[in-house]
Design a binder for this molecule. Structure first.
Ligand SMILES: CC(C)(COP(=O)(O)OP(=O)(O)OC[C@H]1O[C@@H](n2cnc3c(N)ncnc32)[C@H](O)[C@@H]1OP(=O)(O)O)[C@@H](O)C(=O)NCCC(=O)NCCS
Length: 342
């Protein structure tokens, strides 16, 4: 049953407004950001009883995502042109991800979220997504229900962890853990070598999930200086990588280096390789004067999850991964992957 109070979105006869779903245009971006912030501020206020000063600790999701994947970004517009909802989707090769999705508080429970989700599903179909997924709040029926109606099923927990940085500890951990491997920053490669590097990284992700491709995330982090990508090399072979964002107009919360995605080639999946990348990320964060490293992990990747906890990462936020498409849980618990699908 739908709520009947506090719904200025309704017309004088109590009917839902006429809503048009269309793709985001450049001129919409600040409004879309505003809609996302208002919707999440309201949600967190209801959860915590007080309105936070800031949403997502200052992390931004709209502008760069639209530049990266404009065909995956949608708004819900009322007849008079007012933007009342937005959804952002992206293809990582064969994997389609939704989020954030947001509807202005007074327009919620009027089917707008589901219309936006339907647009994202259309985008996934156009791009032949083999699997689709998202991260949401496991305790909230109003989050689980709309996704379930589209065939998404709740699977395991996603834990967003954070490690406060302490210089002495970092140096010790890094020294202890770093084996005979080296780390290179994608941004330092000559332009002519960048495409070849992306192909190598694609080989790594393809070994984790067939067709998984993070190339556009690597390129946007570099192109907009959202952060960078560390490539872990053994001799001349790339055996792992980590895409990270630093604060600014990126997905990193204030004061934090955010690990957007990290993977070790399954043929080289030794925990010390994961530690080598984490050590390098912690050093970078420290050198940049940041206070924390934030990394999300899907708990089905048990070895990676345990490695984070052993390394002093603390649980900050618990979410649930929802999936649609392949019905099996195909994660190998020994694969060393850090991602949160937010
Ligand atoms: C989540 C969100 C996008 C949903 O948008 P919405 O327009 O309200 O969603 P819809 O009206 O299309 O669908 C909501 C469904 O959940 C159901 N629902 C809502 N509260 C519910 C509850 N407590 N128990 C069971 N079902 C519930 C509604 O009845 C509706 O289903 P129905 O169509 O079968 O009636 C919106 O609430 C929002 O912006 N929240 C804040 C930001 C956010 O958390 N985004 C998502 C992060 S993953």
């Amino acid at each position: 049953m739908r709520a009947t109070v506090d719904r200025p979105g309704l017309d004088t006869q109590g009917r839902s407004p006429l809503i048009k779903i269309r793709r985001v245009r450049k001129g919409d971006l600040s409004k879309v950001r505003d809609v996302v912030e208002q919707a999440f501020l309201d949600f967190y206020e209801r959860q915590m009883g007080t309105r936070p000063r800031q949403v997502f600790g200052g992390a931004q999701y709209v502008h760069h995502r639209w530049l990266m994947e404009p065909w995956g970004c949608f708004v819900a517009e009322e007849g008079d042109g007012k933007i009342v909802g937005a959804a952002v989707a992206v293809m990582w090769g064969t994997l389609g991800l939704v989020g954030p999705i947001a509807v202005l508080p007074n327009y919620q429970n009027q089917d707008i979220g589901q219309q936006l989700l339907a647009a994202c599903q259309g985008f996934f179909d156009e791009n032949k997504a083999v699997m689709q997924g998202l991260a949401t709040y496991p305790y909230s029926p109003r989050h689980l229900v709309p996704y379930q109606k589209f065939g998404y099923r709740p699977r395991g927990l996603v834990v967003i962890t954070a490690k406060p940085l302490d210089r002495r500890e970092i140096v010790q951990a890094t020294r202890a853990a770093r084996p005979a491997v080296s780390v290179r920053r994608y941004s330092t490669l000559e332009e002519a070598r960048k495409k070849a590097a992306i192909v190598k990284l694609h080989r790594i992700t393809n070994g984790i999930f067939r067709g998984l491709d993070l190339g556009k995330e690597v390129e946007i982090a570099d192109g907009l200086a959202l952060g960078d990508t560390l490539i872990l090399e053994k001799g001349r072979e790339a055996i792992g990588f980590a895409i990270y964002h630093t604060p600014g107009v990126s997905e990193a919360p204030q004061g934090s280096l955010y690990v957007k995605f990290l993977a070790i080639d399954p043929r080289h999946r030794k925990p010390e390789h994961l530690h080598a990348l984490l050590g390098a990320l912690e050093d970078l964060a420290h050198e940049a004067g940041l206070l924390r490293v934030v990394a999300g992990v899907y708990t089905y990747y048990w070895t990676a999850y345990q490695a984070l906890l052993e390394r002093g990462y603390q649980m900050d936020l618990i979410m649930v991964r929802m999936k649609r498409g392949k019905q099996i849980d195909d994660e190998d618990p020994n694969d060393l992957v850090l991602d949160d699908w937010r």
